[in-house]
Design a protein around this ligand. Structure first.
Ligand SMILES: [Zn+2]
Length: 419
């Protein structure tokens, strides 16, 4: 008596109608417990007549949560009842497992919990001693319901590769980080079809959409969301500028002999040229390239002394970085307009894009929104994707992403359909 109470308690099984045998088998891979499910005969569900105890079903195998390091299997025998009046047979019910199911509810909850992590489907199945298809079945139970009466005021848009060569579209609520849309494809038609399900009134509420530079979505965003300002991602704007600087440094570097001191110095200290000059460190170290103790500032000064052109472009680049960070939009674009005719082609192409997207870049400078949060989400998606060899199917993949990203935040949108 005592041992079986102990077993029940350690397995945290609440159903008073489940009685464990005292014997328990320890195998090399798992422990097996034997139990019976029995209670007084209920009324017949068909005729309301009195039922009587019949025999026990042959035991069903129930994989259970691991306890003290052992995987657990419960062999549960369920009582069968037979109606005295109409002869109907029923099987005893328990809160441990759903009717006609083998997997305990608690395991299904555990699966859901693990689906919110980034673990691989196979690992989840393995850890909980269930089959991979059980994990997929639990995934399938989650239904994502789109609330067509709500769109966030601020959204971020991006794309990511679902499979090699197959791009998908993703939209996220900037404030809550909730995923608004994961679409199988990223064409204008796909995006339009998705957002047109929201009424014009709801779409009009969207105030800001952040996206990367060179995004193909400018026009569709404007037509779907008439009141939305497009904000380009700050990081990408700076990245474009910094790449132009880098391309130009390489050009200058290649004018020198590969064995020359100038070539080696320009190659070795490329990062210092990219860096915001206000952030250069003033610590002095011995620099073998120069055979001298120099600060980063002094190194940059020497590098720039190799070429007037490099010096001019460097100073222009640093000015632009400064104006951008200080939100001096007029200085930023004034400088671009004044110099676009004279700068090296590597800068020229970037400048003309900047001028073309001027309004969206000004938004990036003045408004506190960026794509950084969606970027973080995309990294999480990458991890899930890497762990998910089974996701040949976009719907499953999407469900997994939504559980991982939306579920902790707002459980109401994810409905557990049965369970
Ligand atoms: Zn009956």
């Amino acid at each position: 008596m005592e041992l079986q109470n102990y077993i029940k308690e350690s397995l945290n099984i609440k159903d008073p109608n489940i009685i464990f045998d005292d014997k328990m088998e320890t195998h090399s891979t798992h422990r097996e417990y034997h139990a019976k499910l029995d209670y007084n005969p209920p009324k017949c569900p068909a005729c309301q007549g009195q039922m009587a105890k019949y025999d026990f079903q042959k035991p069903c195998k129930i994989p259970y949560l691991e306890t003290v390091g052992f995987k657990v299997l419960i062999r549960l025998k369920k009582r069968r009842f037979k109606c005295k009046a109409c002869g109907k047979m029923t099987i005893a019910k328990t809160s441990l497992v759903r009717e006609n199911h083998q997997i305990p509810n608690i395991i299904n909850h555990k699966i859901t919990e693990k689906l919110m992590s980034r673990e691989a489907m196979t690992k989840i199945a393995n850890d909980l001693s269930v089959s991979v298809s059980t994990v997929y079945r639990q995934l399938d139970r989650h239904e994502y319901q789109t609330d067509l009466n709500h769109l966030p005021q601020v959204m971020s848009w991006d794309e990511y590769a679902f499979k090699k060569g197959k791009m998908s579209f993703i939209a996220q609520d900037f404030e809550s980080n909730k995923i608004i849309a994961i679409l199988d494809g990223r064409t204008q038609a796909v995006i339009k079809k998705y957002f047109m399900r929201y009424s014009y009134k709801i779409r009009k509420r969207v105030k800001v959409i952040t996206m990367d530079m060179f995004s193909p979505y400018y026009d569709i965003a404007k037509s779907l969301f008439p009141n939305a300002e497009i904000v380009l991602d700050r990081f990408h704007i700076i990245q474009n500028l910094s790449r132009a600087m880098n391309r130009f440094r390489i050009q200058i570097m290649n004018q020198f002999d590969r064995k020359s001191h100038e070539y080696r110095a320009l190659k070795r200290y490329w990062k210092l040229i990219q860096q915001d000059s206000r952030k250069l460190s003033d610590k002095r170290f011995y620099r073998p390239t120069f055979r001298a103790h120099l600060t980063n500032h002094e190194i940059v000064k020497r590098l720039l002394s190799y070429s007037d052109e490099l010096k001019q472009h460097y100073e222009l680049y640093q000015c632009l970085l400064f104006h951008f960070q200080e939100k001096q939009t007029e200085h930023f674009f004034g400088l671009i307009a004044d110099t676009i005719k004279e700068v090296n082609p590597s800068f020229k192409t970037v400048f003309s894009t900047f001028l073309k997207d001027q309004d969206k870049i000004i938004n990036a400078m003045m408004l506190p929104y960026s794509n950084a949060k969606l970027e973080a989400t995309n990294n999480l998606i990458k991890v899930i994707k890497r762990n998910a060899f089974g996701f040949r199917n976009f719907t499953n993949f999407k469900k997994r992403i939504l559980i991982a990203l939306n579920m902790q935040k707002e459980r109401t949108n994810l409905i557990l359909s049965r369970c």
